[in-house]
Design a protein around this ligand. Sequence first.
Ligand code: SF4
Length: 166
Amino acid sequence: MMLEKIIALSRKSSPWVAHFNSGGCNACDIEVMATLTPRFDVERFGIQLKGSPRHADILICTGPVTAQIRERLLRVYHQMPAPKYIVAVGSCALSGGVFHDCYNVLGGVDRVLPVDVYVPGCPPRPDAIIAGIVKVLQKMESDALELADYRQASAAGGGTTHVHLQ
Ligand code: SF4
């Protein structure tokens, strides 16, 4: 299954990201946009911002999840091809933050989606956001290699291996 391992490593080298604000104050969004500028050179990791979730491997979520936005956030998530990863950026995306007890706020992003990496801060600096995305890249590689090993073991009629698939 050398080919699958090559695909896994290629995927890790060109992660495309989409960005979604589910109800925050926009300061986190400004930091996400700053992160994606040439100043921080995230293209050295192959990271590119995409306008459509259908082309994205990673969804960067900012803000708390409001009752009104919940369905749209779920729709965006389901439009992404698997395997897909979620990064929650900012205190609001982690827990609801300063909006946590508002009547229309459900809480952090993990109330709706399976978050892979949490980046705390209000707002977090671009370096913290980059560190979070790099953690996702490590997870992306280990998941893909685990899946390739599982398929290899299955093809060889090996024993049971448990693999987490999204
Ligand atoms: S974490 Fe802070 S900066 Fe980010 S959306 Fe919430 S209040 Fe705004």
